[in-house]
Design a protein around this ligand. Structure first.
Ligand code: ASP
Length: 437
């Protein structure tokens, strides 16, 4: 297992990297020296920061597909019981839908009370091309990969999940003869986990670069104009994370929310700096299985599944943005519209993967369905990157809460690991290969 003495150093360094990234990014932003073509922009912001950040995000993405494939096959073989597999699937699906619906309902209520955007001018400088929601039938058809290699190559998460489960079930059914294959995949899974640790060793510097780049490029003037929208949104996101999700965790599993939040810090920082639930999968999976105590048989399914279909933070953005833009355009929304928004937002989240900026695409699907002006999204475009970062941190927290609840309910949970603050810390020594197991 992990080295427990040096372990906390990486988390601390990552948080320091994030803090420094914000400071340097702000300094560059306010100095006004970051204009396009300026030496600072060319060499530092769009140069070094951009390159290091992108390389890191790519190395995380590189891990996602093999990690999900191998860990899910191991997970299915680990459960060994098809009935339990069905239960894990239906419980997590139900919880994901429920938390997303609660998230967007909270957002709609809060935004209706505060009424951001009232009296604002509806002139949009940016244009936004919307997208129609795919019909439910297509969403269902797309779950089954016509070509598993293409699914793996394109990182189609639901298709990869489908294929991995079927492969795992078949390996179980073949039984003894397939045992060498099961052992081989288990080995590959362990090797992939080690790769996560190696990539993580670059995290403090990469997080610094990612955040400095984003903050340096933030449109601060827009932030002032859209303050009411930004504040309501961040307020509801925090409420959902700290109150709704933590209450859900406590009520459904009895686990200690403080310990949960403490161990989730790393995952949240990654989600924040990459703005992608998908790219964060390796870190989330590593944290829930080795820090929080969720057995791989549950986590290997719930985490990639959640990264794709569960987006509480994104749903909250859609709720607040709906009310905000309706206010700006002086459109009255009734109860029927609100219910439609909730329904559409939950549906849109199923078919769209957790990658940066996808929330706006989902929002355009919701808008075209309820008849709000899609070009209104252009209004909030300028501040979306920052909000994307915050809501992605909420998205991955929701995935992990559900993973803990399902694992606890299925008896696939290690309470001792959960209650041990030092369990599975990312440590320097581990990366050097002296983990001692
Ligand atoms: N970036 C978010 C995620 O990956 C999705 C979004 O809200 O745009 O979870």
């Amino acid at each position: 297992m992990s080295n427990q003495l040096n372990g906390s150093s990486l988390t601390k360094k990552v948080i320091i990297g994030m803090g420094l990234g914000i400071l340097i990014g702000l300094a560059i932003n306010f100095s006004g020296l970051n204009s396009e073509g300026s030496p600072l922009n060319v060499w530092l912001v769009s140069g070094l920061f951009h390159i290091v950040g992108k390389m890191f995000v790519n190395s995380l993405k590189m891990l996602v597909v093999p990690l999900v494939l191998f860990s899910l096959i191991c997970g299915v073989c680990g459960i060994g019981n098809l009935k339990q597999l069905g239960r894990v699937g239906s419980k997590s699906f139900g919880l994901y839908m429920m938390t997303t619906a609660v998230a967007i309902a909270t957002a709609l209520v809060a935004a209706s009370i505060v009424a951001p955007g009232k009296g604002m001018n509806a002139e949009t400088s940016a244009n936004f091309a919307g997208r129609e929601a795919p019909p439910l039938s297509q969403v269902l058809i797309d779950i089954v990969p016509g070509n598993p290699i293409a699914a793996l190559a394109n990182g189609e998460m639901l298709q990869v999940i489908f294929f991995a489960i079927l492969l795992g079930v078949s390996m179980l059914m073949v039984g003894k003869k397939a045992q060498p294959l099961v052992d081989g995949v288990e080995m590959l899974n362990e090797v992939m986990m080690k790769m996560v640790d190696i990539v993580m060793s670059a995290a403090p510097y990469a997080v610094f670069c990612l955040i400095a780049y984003s903050v340096a490029n933030l449109g601060m003037d827009l932030l002032g104009e859209l303050l009411s929208y930004v504040l309501v949104l961040i307020g509801v996101l925090l409420f959902h994370l700290l109150v709704t999700l933590m209450l859900t965790l406590k009520l459904f599993s009895g686990l200690n929310p403080v310990m949960f939040l403490r161990k989730m810090r790393n995952v949240q920082v990654f989600a924040f700096s990459t703005a992608s639930s998908n790219a964060t999968i390796p870190v989330t999976l590593r944290t829930v299985t080795e820090r929080l105590g969720v057995n791989n048989s549950v986590a290997s399914f719930t985490i990639p599944f959640g990264a794709t279909i569960n987006m509480d933070g994104t749903a909250i953005m859609q709720g607040v943005a709906t009310v905000f833009i309706a206010n700006v355009y002086n459109i009255d929304l009734g109860m029927g519209d609100f219910l439609m928004v909730i329904f559409m937002a939950v549906l849109a989240s199923i078919g769209t993967a957790g990658v940066p900026g996808v929330g706006l695409i989902m929002l355009s699907m919701v808008f075209s369905q309820v008849g709000l002006p899609v070009e209104g999204i252009g209004l909030i475009l300028g501040v979306d990157r920052l909000l994307d970062m915050v809501r992605t941190a909420v998205n991955v927290s929701g995935d992990s809460v559900v993973s803990c609840i399902v694992a606890k309910g299925e008896g696939n949970f290690d309470d001792e690991m959960f209650n041990n603050p030092a369990a599975g810390l990312f440590g320097k020594d581990e990366i050097r290969g002296s983990s001692g197991d």
